[in-house]
Design a binder for this molecule. Structure first.
Ligand SMILES: [Zn+2]
Length: 126
């Protein structure tokens, strides 16, 4: 993810994106941050807002992202101690990523090539 989009998300969700090498030395997020394309920034923003809402309003645990990456064309969001409703939100975001271009955020589809990825027609060759 570009530094600009990454900074935007970290600023908006400082508690979720709080893992550091000191606090979480075994979490990939501490070292590599957000490992996916800018096209999924909006989807991640929505997910984090909903996860934080569960914490603030329903007493769910504070989510701390341990790894956020692309795998098999979909987003993977790993965190410890997710409540059931938070797990459902993560699963919904993973499902939504399969129809969202990872490059630009436009509607897209899974493309099966050398690697499976999710792209719109304009970015199919990316
Ligand atoms: Zn695209």
């Amino acid at each position: 993810m570009s530094p600009e989009k990454s900074a935007f998300l970290r600023e908006r969700h400082p508690l979720i994106f709080s893992a550091t090498k000191q606090s979480h030395p075994h979490a990939p997020f501490s070292y590599w941050g957000l490992q996916c394309g800018d096209g999924w920034a909006g989807l991640l923003d929505d997910l984090c807002r909903q996860l934080q809402c569960e914490t603030a309003e329903n007493g769910a645990p504070q989510v701390v992202a341990l790894q956020v990456k692309e795998k098999f064309g979909a987003i993977r969001f790993y965190a410890a101690d997710l409540a059931a409703r938070q797990r459902n939100l993560v699963q919904a975001a993973e499902a939504a990523s399969k129809t969202t271009c990872e490059t630009c955020g436009a509607p897209g589809a899974l493309i099966d090539g050398l690697w499976v990825k999710t792209r719109c027609t304009a970015h199919a060759a990316d």
